[in-house]
Every structure is written in structure tokens, then in C-alpha cells.
Design a protein around this ligand. Structure first.
Ligand SMILES: [Zn+2]
Length: 181
């Protein structure tokens, strides 16, 4: 049995069986992980209030045959803006499993502290992850004036190509405006 103590940002949670959950955490020391949480959906669970998406927490994770969240302490739950919750979804989509990324952790922690986003948060995230650089171009026309990032394909589009192709891109939740005009 291995124990990890790490800071983490709660990215999401989903129910398991009657009273349990799986929680997705972006952690400082382990990168993005999914952990089982026993009984957190029981009415008086002490863990549950800390597991709201967007919360910064200190997690004790126990590794046996799977990763389990044994204990968690965190900031008081506070409302996060809709923009920030969408950013969590973005982060969940672009980060690999189990790869610690300290620069990304610093960036994300800063954003979570504020509870909202700076203008450059998306761009910085894509830069740190190595998806974006000054040389990134619109996949359709080759323009450098890109404003949209499409997560499953890891491609960029400029404003006018996006307007033209929007209908054929499919899922709206995979398209992120990462730059202001
Ligand atoms: Zn274009």
C-alpha cells in the first residue's frame, strides 16, 4: 500500500454504486488521476463538501489495487463562475493521465484561487502543454490569426474558418475559444 499526500484541483465527480463516487483530480504530484471515494454520497459525508469541481484541496490518496481518496481537506466551497467550470472541462480534456506537470499545476492553482480566468489562461495552458506556439496555424487556411482550439483533434481554427465549419465540427463542448479577437 502506498500513500500520497498532494495538493489537488477537483475537476469532476461521478456516482458509483449507491453511495460511492469516482472523482477526477488534477494533482500537483501525480498529474491527473481518478480516485475512488467510499461513501461520499451518504448524507453526512465529511468528504463530499470538499469535492465540488473547482475546489483546491489537500488529498490523501491510498494506492492498493486502485487509487482511493482516503481523506481530503480543502477551502470552503465557493461558487465558481460558469467560465471557470468550462475551463475545468477543458483542462480535463487536454491533460494526460498520471503525468505530473508542475508549471501547469502552478498556472491552474493560480486560476483556481481567483475562481475566474484571466484573459490568457487558455493560451498559457495550451502553451505549457506544448500544443500552442507562435507558429501554430489555422488547420484549414494556414492563417496565424487563430482563436479556436478543438480538443479531440488538437487543431486550431481562425475566426472565419470556424464560422464556416462550425456546423460540421460536432460537439460544442470540444470547441474552445482560447484567444480574444
Ligand atoms: Zn482559417
Amino acid at each position: 500500500m502506498i500513500e500520497h499526500y498532494t495538493e489537488a484541483l477537483v475537476l469532476g465527480r461521478r456516482p458509483q454504486a449507491e453511495f460511492d463516487e469516482l472523482v477526477t483530480l488534477f494533482t500537483k504530484d501525480l498529474g491527473k488521476v481518478e480516485a475512488f471515494v467510499k461513501s461520499s454520497r451518504r448524507p453526512l459525508s465529511k468528504l463530499s463538501p470538499h469535492l465540488l469541481p473547482g475546489n483546491l484541496v489537500r488529498a490523501r490518496l491510498v494506492e492498493k489495487n486502485r487509487l482511493q481518496l482516503a481523506d481530503v481537506l480543502g477551502e470552503r466551497p465557493k461558487n465558481k463562475s460558469a467560465d471557470f467550470l468550462r475551463f475545468l472541462d477543458f483542462l480535463n480534456q487536454v491533460t494526460p493521465w498520471a503525468e505530473p506537470d508542475y508549471p501547469l499545476w502552478q498556472l491552474v492553482k493560480e486560476a483556481a484561487h481567483q475562481g475566474e480566468l484571466d484573459e490568457g489562461t487558455y493560451e498559457k495552458t495550451l502553451t505549457v502543454l506544448g500544443f500552442y506556439s507562435d507558429e501554430s496555424l489555422c488547420v484549414n487556411c494556414g492563417s496565424g490569426q487563430i482563436v479556436y482550439f478543438i480538443t479531440p483533434d488538437v487543431i486550431f481554427l481562425c475566426e472565419s474558418c470556424y464560422a464556416r465549419l462550425a456546423g460540421s465540427l460536432g460537439k460544442e463542448n470540444a470547441v474552445f475559444r482560447f484567444k480574444k479577437k
